[in-house]
Design a protein around this ligand. Structure first.
Ligand code: GDG
Length: 459
């Protein structure tokens, strides 16, 4: 049987603490590695003065991780630069925030080549390599240049931008051409897949066979939509754990009879937090009779703190929540509880379960796992209502949520009001259909669908 080699930007040694960074994805990938006796390769998150390709191997619970440290310049140009300040904003349709800088592009290419050189000797002829996400687009091509003839798969966890937006990236054509090194590319939704295909066809002249295969010159690549899920069973069980029950009890007690709305997002402009607060403010302003029956708990652990746009959004959110609380709070009630730290997964599960409304309103999101976690944590007899952005990948599968345009404060306000008034029968009906799809297309389904397809692809 072929071994599976997984590559991702960051690799967390197995068995580490629950930081939230190691969610269902890490668990699913570890399960795949166990099945195929594989290796998980990537950056340790640590720095070194001099990149030598020195690998640290760790083995735990049948999973081997192989990590390397990066130089400061690599971290600055490849990770903070091209990944976080160029590709992330552009791929979330924010060309106003994208920084195009040849230094970043050069560092990105260099780190991908370094990864390829370090990884290449570990790869045996029969191994299958599965590369994760936008940090590593050119890695497959770099491996091919070093003679790899292995089956290579790539999965994109974020959206693929529309063709006309991507043409603003100076390296766009090279980047897309390099993706033809892969045998299989996976996307969360048909929309992201179509945007990729359109760029390849119209900007590079690739040929589409109408059945999933794109050809450019002598290279062919299969495209597949394969939406990621969560470990729904595990998450539902987590919501019945002692820690979850305790968190649930505390939340219900502190809610004092009011309905709680919950938002859980990394502090990132793509998650639409400012627009969410504005939509809620609209609700508070327009519906004085309803407003004191509800409050919003927003959990937003900081991320990418060294990048300026992330510091700026943090400042704006603090000001906005302060303004809203200042304008509407009363002696026994504040409309927004805004918390800038993370919680263990089991506590989070209990908090989701205590929330009458899950507010998930990203402006753009590859998938969004919080929407699925919220559904999985609900009490089947008395579930809450999911309000979900149309622009999250999850909306393609979760049509029974209350779908909103997150740019419209009025739509968010109407949706909150609708959710608060929704009777139990309708909540249960919607939840059952949502839970069916969250359970059916879970994270194990996702990785099996992708790895099965990759194992089938012939080079
Ligand atoms: C990328 C794509 C795609 C958050 N706060 C805490 C915490 N979290 C966990 C959530 C969830 C995860 O982080 C966030 O997942 P998302 O899917 O919402 O978003 P990204 O981090 O942007 O992930 C996204 C995903 O990749 C997978 O392909 O869905 O579209 O952007 O699991 O629960 N976990 C804990 N404490 C927190 O305070 N423990």
């Amino acid at each position: 049987m072929s071994r599976l080699i997984i590559v991702s930007n960051r690799v967390h040694a197995p068995g580490g603490p629950d930081t939230g960074a190691q969610g269902g994805l890490a668990v699913a990938l570890q399960a795949a590695l166990k099945q195929y006796r594989g290796i998980w390769f990537g950056w340790s998150g640590e720095r070194t003065d001099n990149y030598t390709g020195q690998i640290t191997f760790q083995r735990s619970d049948d999973v081997t991780t192989a990590t390397v440290d990066l130089e400061d310049q690599d971290i600055e140009e490849y990770y903070n630069g091209y990944a976080n300040r160029t590709l992330w904003p552009l791929f979330h349709y924010r060309i106003d925030l994208a920084e195009y800088d040849r230094g970043f592009a050069g560092g990105y290419k260099r780190v991908n080549e370094r990864f390829a050189e370090t990884l290449r000797p570990l790869v045996e002829p029969d191994d299958v390599v599965w590369i994760q996400d936008y940090h590593l687009f050119p890695l497959g091509d770099a491996l091919r240049k070093l003679g790899s003839r292995n089956r290579l798969g790539f999965f994109l966890h974020i959206p693929w931008p529309p063709r006309r937006l991507l043409t603003t990236l100076p390296e766009a054509e090279d980047l897309v051409r390099s993706l033809f090194a892969y045998d299989l590319i996976g996307f969360h939704t048909d929309e992201w897949l179509t945007s990729f295909r359109e760029f390849a066809q119209h900007e590079l002249g690739a040929k589409w066979d109408g059945r999933g295969v794109l050809t450019l010159g002598n290279r062919r690549v299969r495209l597949q939509t394969c939406p990621i899920g969560i470990d729904a069973k595990e998450f539902a069980a987590l919501s019945a754990s002692d820690a979850a029950m305790e968190a649930h009890r505390q939340m219900i007690e502190s809610a004092n009879g009011r309905a709680m709305m919950i938002g859980v997002d990394r502090l990132d402009y793509s998650k639409g937090l400012e627009e969410r607060f504005c939509g809620y403010e609209r609700f508070l302003r327009d519906r004085p009779d309803e407003r004191k029956h509800v409050f919003l708990l927003q959990i937003a652990p900081p991320s990418r703190v060294t990048v300026e746009t992330y510091q700026a959004i943090r400042g704006r959110l603090e000001a906005l929540s302060g303004q809203i609380n200042g304008a509407y709070a009363d002696v026994d009630w504040v409309p927004i509880r805004y918390v800038n730290k993370g919680y263990p997964r089991d506590v989070l599960a209990g908090i989701y379960r205590a929330a009458r409304i899950g507010l998930v309103t990203p402006l753009r999101d590859g998938m969004n796992l919080v929407a699925k976690e919220y559904v999985a944590a609900q009490d089947p007899e008395d579930p809450g209502v999911l309000i979900l952005s149309r622009f999250a990948g999850a909306a393609e599968q979760m049509e029974d949520a209350v779908l909103v345009n997150p740019h419209s404060a009025e739509e968010i306000s109407d949706a909150i009001s609708l959710a608060l008034r929704m009777d139990r029968k309708e909540r249960v009906q919607r939840w059952r259909r949502l839970m069916d799809s969250v359970t059916r297309e879970d994270v194990l389904w996702w990785r099996k669908t992708f790895t099965d397809a990759l194992m089938r692809e012939r080079v």
